[in-house]
Structures are given as structure tokens and as C-alpha cells.
Ligand binder design. Sequence first.
Ligand code: CAA
Length: 264
Amino acid sequence: MGFVDYEVKGQIAVMTINREKALNALNSQVLDDLNAVLDSVDTNAVRCLVLTGAGDKSFVAGADIGEMSTLTKAEGEAFGKKGNDVFRKIEAFPIPVIAAINGFALGGGCEISMSCDIRIASENAVFGQPEVGLGITPGFGGTQRLARLVGMGMAKQMIYTARNIKADEALRIGLVNQVVPAEELMATAEKMANTIAQNAPIAVRACKKAINDGMQTNIDDALVIEEKLFGSCFESYDQKEGMANFLRKKDDPAKVKHVEFKNE
Ligand code: CAA
């Protein structure tokens, strides 16, 4: 669809931001296309998404500077909301989203990766929030999610200095989960997505919701959130079969088998 390609591969799907000549920069159209593709995902069939950028140079080089250059204050705020709404949709998406970061992840590119659950970067990836060098703040969640991921001190340093960092430093500060050679990036991300897809989907979704919602509140309320989601897994086919399989194994190791979870 438009600037975003979508390919289902069995139980996982790959979403590719495809505006390569502008290094996959996010203009309004790309954001609209992303939104539409997310709305079209069949989350009963697809169990994990991988998000990447077209080409081998850039994941996403940020929000579109040309488009932003003439915005009024009100239009700037509306553009920020547009990006925030789409990125929040990714963050709260019912199934996990893995960012496969294949190059520049600057400004809105770093920000969209942070709205994903897991970040895997190629060795040539570069991260940064260069906005203050352009006379603006990060506007698609960077001032909020970076501090939550790497801590306030490091987030402030990156944002105030507008200094880019390479993949190895991003790994060291906890901005990314894993760094791999560029040629192994998609295989690594898809392998992780397939591993996730083999686990009980209702439980995986409940884990995502418990972690996301729980991190936004105090520990007592967070534990109640967990209890409710834990309880919600019971009486499902997947819970009964997953546990029955374990118990059969205990009785007779010959009965060990791989559980085909059904998402029900
Ligand atoms: N917006 C619009 N166009 C962009 C872009 C962006 N963020 N980043 C790259 N492009 C375009 C370039 O204008 C260029 O287009 P033309 O061929 O038509 O001239 C094309 O992509 C290739 O880029 P370069 O020639 O600059 O490639 P390079 O290899 O020399 O440099 C780069 C690569 C270091 C990533 C450089 O393109 C760059 O610095 N880009 C801007 C990065 C940036 O500042 N991002 C933050 C934007 S602000 C933001 O995101 C706000 C927010 O939080 C919402």
C-alpha cells in the first residue's frame, strides 16, 4: 500500500517503509499508509510483526524536513499528534512488533523504533535525535520513550547534544536488544518473530499488555493488571493443552510433543 509494503509470511508479517529515495523519511502520506496497513493486519492469523525500512542504507531518516519546514505552530502540533497516534498504535498493537533497523534511525526513525517492542539493529545502524539542531524538539515520542528506555541522563545527553550514536553504543546503553551483520538482519528478526509466534498467542498478547500497562503505573496497581491478565489465560484451549502437554511429558517422556497453539 503506497509507501508501506506488507508481506505475510506464515504466522508473521513484515512491514517495510518504502520511500527509499528520501531514506524512508516520514511525511504525512507515509504516516497515513502506516496507519492503514496496521489497521489491515489480521491479528488473529498474524502473531508477530517485523518493521523495517527499504534499502540497505536507512531504516527511517526521520520526519520529513521539507514538509515540516513551512508548518505553523498549530500545524506543527497537529503533525506531532499524527505521528504520535500512529506510533502509539504500534506500541499498543495487540501482537509484538520487532524493529529490524537497517541503517539510519534518526529523529522520527529512532522514535518509531522505540515504539516497537524489540529492536534488532544491523552493524551499520546509526541512532540519534538530531531535532535541536533543526530548531525543534523530538516530536514523535522521543522525549518520552528514550528516557524510559535508556534512563533520563543518557536520554537528555542524546537529545540536548543531538549527537548520533552507532549500533554498538546503542547496544551498550540498552537502546537496542541485539546488533547483527547487515546481511543477517532480516533473518534474525524473522527467526525471533517465528519463535514468538510458536508460543501461545493469547499469553504473548497478555504479556505485552501487562508489561506496557504495568510500566505506566505503581507496582500495586501493576500487579493487579498482571493478575487479571494471568487469569484471562485460563480456560483457553492453549492453556489447557500447554499444561496437559507438560503433564503428559512427566508421565511418559515418550509423549513429549510440540504444542500447536491455536490462539483460542
Ligand atoms: N526529511 C526529508 N528528506 C530527507 C530526510 C528527512 N528527514 N533525510 C534524508 N532525506 C533525503 C535528502 O533530502 C536526500 O534527498 P535528495 O536526494 O532529493 O536530495 C535523500 O534523502 C538522501 O539524503 P542525503 O543526500 O542527505 O544522504 P546522505 O547519505 O548524505 O546523508 C543522512 C544521510 C545523514 C541521514 C542525512 O540525510 C540526514 O541528516 N537526514 C536528516 C536526518 C534528520 O535530521 N532527521 C530528523 C528529522 S526531524 C524529526 O524527525 C522530528 C520528529 O521527531 C518528529
